[in-house]
Ligand binder design. Structure first.
Ligand SMILES: C=C(O[C@@H]1C=C(C(=O)O)C=C[C@H]1O)C(=O)O
Length: 131
């Protein structure tokens, strides 16, 4: 007998199912299924880690690496941006250059859409520090 592994998209600590009750219309109920902490199914019959669980663990490791890189780059960018601002002010310039900020926001919007604009605004704000 083959043991089918649920797709990652189907596994989760909570599975949603819809039930219809006479006279009350649709109600939504959540049922808890047997899952591990990472939301995949529990161990296979051989006792080793479930293939979905180990795939999710691998993917999460990469997510953690990416998050660490984003955080490091965020901090580095903010520090550089503040240094540019201080250098410009020291030479009689302005702290901000809105035309340059507009260029940056356009790039984020072109690549990522409306969320890109929001992300770009947050990134620019991080570099400003207290105004
Ligand atoms: C860093 C600069 O100074 C400010 C900060 C910017 C940024 O964080 O990207 C962009 C424009 C300026 O408002 C710059 O002029 O390049």
């Amino acid at each position: 007998m083959t043991c089918e592994t649920p797709r990652a998209s189907e596994s989760g600590a909570f599975r949603r199912s819809r039930a219809r009750q006479a006279g009350t219309g649709d109600i939504e109920e959540q049922t808890m299924s047997a899952t591990t902490l990472n939301g995949a199914t529990s161990e296979s019959t051989e006792g080793g880690p479930d293939p979905a669980s180990s795939h999710i663990a691998d993917l999460r490791q990469r997510i953690d690496e990416i998050d660490a890189a984003i955080i490091a780059l965020w901090k580095e960018r903010a520090a550089i941006s503040q240094e540019v601002g201080k250098t410009r002010i020291a030479s009689g310039g302005t702290r901000l250059v809105l035309s340059r900020e507009r260029e940056i926001l356009n790039r984020f919007r072109t690549e990522l859409g409306a969320d890109g604009t929001q992300l770009g605004l947050l990134i620019l704000r991080a570099g400003r520090g207290p105004l």
